[in-house]
Design a protein around this ligand. Structure first.
Ligand SMILES: [Zn+2]
Length: 353
């Protein structure tokens, strides 16, 4: 019955007081980790109950049994509270994790950003639609052409500067035939005429190549659309009406067209067609050099030499052809100042259209 042991024994009311504090503490714990960390102080080695139990040896036998029973009862009640709280917290924890992991099949995730057609492609398809609506067929031709299709059959003289190495990308030159990247979509006319299916109403859109250094108004690769009509009794008036019709389709009612005499080897007579400046509406500005007009392309009645080269009888058939730049149309419609924007792949530019 040492003094130390007697001093360690619970004083009256001390067990009840600890049990009350322990119950409050257990009820206030909000997560499993905190609860488990508190267990040694509540029911384990570091709890007052453990200390009191160690002091029992200093008590008289009857007192030892009595105090021991009270301590055990208190310990069992606190352990029960801890276990109940542990179950509640574990269930909440499980539910929280399930909610976080749940696959919500009703959710509609935002679609991955998809691209869209390039502005030049959009304009090309729009032009194709317009001409299909006018009864034209869409034809295709090779981008690597022979000199015959690209120049000779189109009545371009042997010594014409367009044929020179400075203007064209030659692939191979031979004694009889040279190959080059087509400088215009006009070879499509020749291939369609050679097919021999008349009457003919067709457009040939596609890439063309010139030895130009890229700047605001030139690219070494750009896009043209070529139109060709061959029928009985086709007149220059039909050509003018056709141009007026598709220009109105592309640019709207407010845009007028006019033809100015020009020279092309494969048409006679030939003309450049111009439209009202889309920037100033015809009043004159920097873009149109104060004229109120902008040149769009070339056109004319098909030259008899072209008919002869392709075996078409000019006594029976007449026709016209026209061609213009697709990139140019896109530039004018959207007031784009620099052709290079089309090939720089800057999404800030491309996503505007
Ligand atoms: Zn203008």
């Amino acid at each position: 019955m040492s003094a130390v042991a007697s001093d360690g024994a619970p004083r009256p009311g001390e067990i009840e007081e600890f049990e009350r504090v322990a119950a409050e503490r257990v009820a206030g714990v909000r997560d499993l980790g905190t609860l488990e960390a508190a267990v040694p102080e509540l029911t384990g080695r570091r709890s007052p109950i453990a200390g009191w139990k160690r002091s029992l040896g200093g008590l008289a036998p009857e007192q030892r049994r009595e105090v021991g029973r009270v301590l055990n009862d208190a310990l069992v009640r606190i352990e029960t509270l801890v276990e109940q709280r542990r179950e509640v917290l574990a269930r909440a924890d499980r539910e929280a994790r399930l909610a976080a992991d749940r696959l919500d099949l009703t959710e509609v995730p935002p679609a991955p950003g998809s691209g869209h057609l390039h502005l030049v492609t959009q304009v090309r398809e729009e032009l194709e639609d317009i001409f299909v609506g006018m009864g034209y067929e869409i034809a295709d031709g090779p981008e690597a052409e022979t000199e015959w299709y690209n120049f000779t059959a189109l009545n371009v003289p042997r010594d014409h500067p367009a044929r020179s190495m400075q203007d064209s990308f030659y692939l191979a030159t031979g004694d009889h035939e040279s190959f080059l990247l087509r400088t215009q979509t006009s070879p499509g006319q020749i291939r369609l005429l050679e097919r021999g299916e008349l009457p003919l109403y067709a457009v040939v859109p596609g890439r063309v190549y010139r030895r130009d250094t890229a700047d605001a108004r030139h690219l070494p690769v750009f896009h043209q659309i070529e139109g060709i009509v061959v029928d009985r009794g086709v007149t220059f008036g039909d050509l003018a009406g056709t141009i007026e019709t598709f220009v109105r389709e592309i640019f709207g009612e407010g845009v007028a067209t006019r033809l100015r005499p020009a020279y092309f080897p494969f048409t006679e007579p030939s003309a450049e067609f111009e439209i009202t400046c889309t920037i100033c509406g015809g009043s004159g500005c920097k873009t149109c050099s104060q004229t109120g007009w902008i040149e769009l392309g070339g056109c004319g009645m098909i030259h008899p030499a072209v008919f002869e080269a392709t075996g078409v009888d000019p006594e029976i058939w007449t026709g016209f052809a026209f061609g213009f730049g697709i990139d140019r149309i896109a530039m004018m419609r959207h007031e784009i100042g620099d052709l290079r924007s089309f090939i720089e792949n800057d999404v800030r530019f491309l996503t505007q259209f």
